[in-house]
Design a protein. Structure first.
Length: 331
């Protein structure tokens, strides 16, 4: 007599997960978007700095700015477009949520199909009109200035958003959980179209924000020049030798050999930037196209640096002490 067979074992439960692995996965969900955000901040900040200093005649690569400094400048480049993007995204989600609820149910199937066709047609048309304008002359005659710079990418972004809404309405027109989970061949095509449209939306927004960072850098450089570089610190140069420059409205004094080795004094400069081996100076009355004065940091001169808004030589600003030896104080 055979022994009774044991019933087949049921499915084994999944092995327990350690708290460490769970924490690592959750940390990865936060670290990956954070890394992308930091990379974008650095990229837009570098675009802003490059355009700002290039407009004023300074080589940005010569400045050797730190990563923290570059990222700090990115706030001036992306604050406004980021706020507009968030506000626009909120409006789109609210309007689309209302539209999806209004077209829900089998009684609105005809209207839902018409909305899908309309949104998809308008969105694709806007994408095909905006894409050529990103690389060539605009197909649509945009006005000169900022509209011609930003509107092509905005048109692609808006068209992609409308088409994405149409794809979402098409994929979620079934009722019931089981119908939503199935992905037939037709739905796979729509999923591929939606992924392509999301890529177009991302690229267009990235392109527009990069354009904005460059335009703001150029505009801020011109604005600082028109205001007399008031945000830049004023400097007084004490030099061993006469300086050769073409800057305007610079006061020069020769204190004579009895007043020490740094006998030549120059007033009226602003410190535009400091590289590891040189100073970039500009006259307080210079135009942004006038160029800068490059002063080597080799010991032939030392600089008094005053806070922005203070005039060198004013009674409220205490002058820096003049060095007594041949080793200059440099800031």
């Amino acid at each position: 007599m055979t022994a009774p067979q044991e019933p087949p074992a049921g499915p084994q439960p999944p092995p327990g997960r350690s708290p460490v692995s769970t924490f690592v996965e959750k940390a990865a969900l936060v670290a990956a978007p954070g890394t992308i955000a930091l990379a974008l901040l650095y990229y837009f900040g570098s675009l802003y700095i490059r355009e700002y200093y290039s407009t004023l005649g300074v080589v940005p690569e010569d400045l050797g700015m730190s990563i923290q400094n570059v990222m700090a400048n990115s706030t001036s480049a992306i604050f406004l477009p980021l706020c507009v993007l968030l506000a626009g995204g909120l409006i789109v989600f609210l309007v689309f949520g209302w539209l999806e609820q209004a077209l829900a149910g089998p009684e609105h199937a005809v209207r839902r199909r018409a909305a899908i066709i309309l949104l998809l047609a308008v969105g694709i048309a806007m994408v095909f009109l905006g894409l050529p304008a990103l690389v060539a002359d605009p197909v649509v005659p945009f006005p000169a200035g900022w509209p011609r710079v930003f509107m092509p990418a905005v048109m692609v972004a808006v068209g992609s958003t409308l088409a994405i809404c149409a794809v979402h309405l098409r994929l979620n027109q079934g009722t019931g959980l089981r119908a939503r989970l199935r992905t037939p061949d037709g739905d796979r095509v729509w999923l591929a179209i939606g992924a392509l449209l999301i890529g177009l939306l991302t690229v267009s927004l990235f392109f527009d924000m990069a354009q904005y960072a460059a335009v703001v850098g150029h505009s801020n450089a011109r604005l600082d020049a028109e205001r007399g570089y008031k945000r830049l610190p004023a400097v007084v140069i004490h030099s061993r030798v006469p300086l050769t420059h073409n800057a305007r409205d610079i006061e020069f004094k020769d204190h004579g050999s009895a007043n020490g080795p740094y006998r030549y004094e120059y007033r009226g400069f602003r410190l535009l930037a400091k590289a590891p081996t040189r100073f970039y100076l500009i006259s307080r009355t210079a135009h942004y196209r006038d160029g800068v004065v490059v002063l080597p940091d080799d010991g032939t001169a030392w600089l008094e640096i005053r806070a922005p808004g203070r005039t060198p030589g004013a009674t409220s600003a205490a002058p820096a002490s003049r060095p007594r030896t041949g080793s200059p104080d440099r800031w």
